[in-house]
Ligand binder design. Structure first.
Ligand code: GDP
Ligand code: ZN
Length: 354
């Protein structure tokens, strides 16, 4: 098995697909010079994008909160604007039928969740902006859980500085205990969910005050979970197609849904089931950085140390030997090495062009 089996990236085109930018961080920022001066612009949250039309929410949490349909200003043609962005809106923002407002820029993002079509692809697609949590949904069975796919989501989250959470669904069909041993070394909140026993309350508590992007392979029960958390969502649910392993009624675009509960609210950003999560754009150094204490120790490593099990004189491995990594040290180093190993398999394309 290699990462190649994740490459059949044949999910339907959805809104992130037209957002293709080079992995140059500057390219994601509005260019101040080209920003038209509009004193009357309002700030709005981008809820979703459908064929060039943006649904945005103006006056979020205010007395005049309502959604508005908008297009982007011509001068922003090349700038990706995605779900979760804070956009500046001008023109008719009444939201009345038949009106279209104009997006003239976006505010700086606090995070940017990206994926590549595959691991060799440096052209990245932006999935969502400004999320601070990612809920990874995986089924205990039907479809079989794959630790490597979950690793990929975790890597993308850690790379983006987004806190990952994990929910294992369909625990009525199989015991997830063995699968979960893969993640023991991670600082990861784990929920389990069964058909008749969904942890709506516990997951809900984790959503309040956050913007949480839900990701998962189709068929894992993500829509079922979203509908339980946000009853008004009415996300289409389907049965797994045993031939392709894909859901029949897979939702095809990213949407923002408001969670209400526990005396507060939060945002649920539901993404279409993606088969692959290419990591062509990810810098492995960001993964190490997510393990703050290990990153500190790694400063003592030889130059170019991979921190993998075969790395000579790795300071982290030495620290473990000397019992300096604490009670879960071995598991944590294991999990770090597994995530870093994902990159060791990757063809060396980084830095070879552009
Ligand atoms: P999505 O593609 O991830 O959005 O998955 P869906 O929510 O559409 O669910 C796929 C199928 O799994 C549907 O037939 C659901 O009824 C079923 N399903 C969802 N959650 C559970 C669960 O906890 N246990 C069982 N046995 N089936 C579930
Ligand atoms: Zn090392």
């Amino acid at each position: 098995m290699s990462w190649l089996d994740d490459l059949d990236d044949d999910e339907p085109e959805f809104d992130e697909a037209d957002v293709r930018v080079r992995p140059n961080p500057k390219a994601n920022r509005p260019r101040t010079k080209r920003r038209p001066a509009h004193a009357d612009a309002r700030t709005a949250r981008v809820l979703g994008v459908d064929r060039g039309r943006y649904t945005v929410l103006v006056d979020e949490d205010g007395p005049d909160e309502h959604s508005v349909l908008a297009v982007r200003a011509r001068e922003l043609r090349k700038m990706p604007i995605v779900t979760g962005d804070r956009a500046r809106v001008v023109g008719d923002s009444s939201g009345d039928q038949g009106t279209l407002a104009r997006l003239i820029g976006i505010e700086d993002r606090t995070s940017l969740l990206r994926r590549s079509a595959d691991d060799t692809d440096q052209v990245e697609r932006i999935v969502v902006a400004n999320a601070d949590q990612m809920l990874v949904v995986v089924a205990a069975a039907d479809p079989e859980p794959r630790a490597r796919l979950v690793d990929r989501y975790l890597i993308a989250a850690l790379d983006a500085g987004i806190r990952p959470l994990l929910v294992v669904t369909k625990t009525d069909l199989a015991d997830p205990a063995r699968f979960l041993t893969h993640f023991e070394g991670l600082d990861l909140q784990v929920f389990t969910s069964a058909r008749e026993d969904m942890p709506v309350d516990r997951i809900g508590a984790a959503l309040v005050g956050h913007s949480t992007v839900f990701v998962g392979h189709s068929g894992v029960g993500k829509s079922t979970l979203v509908n339980a958390l946000v009853p008004s969502a009415q996300r289409a649910t389907g049965h797994v197609n045993v031939v392709t392993g894909r859901g029949r009624h897979t939702s095809s675009s990213t949407v923002s849904l408001r969670y209400h509960g526990h005396g507060g609210r939060g945002w649920v950003i539901d993404t279409p089931g993606v088969r692959s999560f290419g990591l062509g754009h990810v810098d492995p150094a960001n993964i190490l950085r997510a393990y703050t204490d290990l990153a500190e120790i790694a400063e003592e490593c030889p130059r170019g140390c991979t921190h993998l099990p075969d790395a000579p004189d790795c300071a982290i491995a030495d620290a473990l030997q000397q019992g300096r990594l604490g009670p879960r040290g071995a598991e944590r180093l294991d999990s770090l090495q597994r995530l870093l190993g994902t990159f060791a398999d990757r063809p060396a394309t980084r830095g070879s062009d552009t």
